[in-house]
Ligand binder design. Structure first.
Ligand SMILES: CC(C)(COP(=O)(O)OP(=O)(O)OC[C@H]1O[C@@H](n2cnc3c(N)ncnc32)[C@H](O)[C@@H]1OP(=O)(O)O)[C@@H](O)C(=O)NCCC(=O)NCCS
Length: 148
């Protein structure tokens, strides 16, 4: 059974391990950046735990007085993919955004990331904007949004 709980300081290495196998190097955060994103920014970090190990995580960013939350990062460890954990994390993030007073969620995804685009589309997200060279030159993004 997957347990979703708020990230703690001692989860950083487990979260970075999932991030390493999920994103190319230029997209990854340093431990200090990850710590900032999880614990110091106007944000929340949650992890999915399986058998006591970190199987996935998400980071949600908020802006002061804004009713749109931003799903900044979401990933599932390779060995746990395709088992519904990504969907569970996404739905959890939406619940948290609602609890924090947000009425919409937005996120950015690479145009080539079919599994993530599929996950978002199946969960009610629509494509609102194409973002040319968003990640780096020649690597484009799509902004997706859902009303909560
Ligand atoms: C995207 C990601 C989080 C999905 O996590 P997951 O736990 O494997 O997803 P789930 O098992 O919950 O699947 C939910 C839905 O996602 C989509 N999906 C997941 N894996 C897929 C794949 N390999 N191909 C196509 N669609 C896929 C499907 O729509 C699936 O629904 P279905 O089971 O009804 O077909 C995971 O693949 C991942 O961590 N990728 C690397 C990091 C990343 O790209 N994050 C998103 C950045 S924007």
């Amino acid at each position: 059974m997957v347990t979703i709980r708020m990230a703690k300081k001692e989860d950083i290495s487990g979260i970075l391990a999932v991030e390493r196998e999920s994103f190319e190097e230029y997209l990854r955060y340093s431990p200090a950046e990850m710590r900032y994103l999880l614990f110091e920014a106007n944000s929340e970090g949650w992890v999915a735990e399986m058998d006591g190990k970190i199987a996935g995580y998400y980071i949600l960013l908020f802006r002061k007085n804004a009713r749109v939350a931003r799903l900044y990062s979401i990933a599932v460890a390779e060995e746990w993919r395709g088992k519904g954990i990504g969907r569970a994390l996404l739905q959890h993030a939406e619940k948290r955004a609602i609890e924090r007073g947000c009425s919409a969620m937005h996120l950015e995804v690479k145009t080539t990331n079919c599994s993530a685009i599929d996950l978002y589309t199946k969960n009610g997200y629509s494509q609102v904007e194409i973002l040319p060279d968003y990640y780096k030159k020649g690597v484009h993004g799509i902004r997706m949004e859902k009303r909560l």
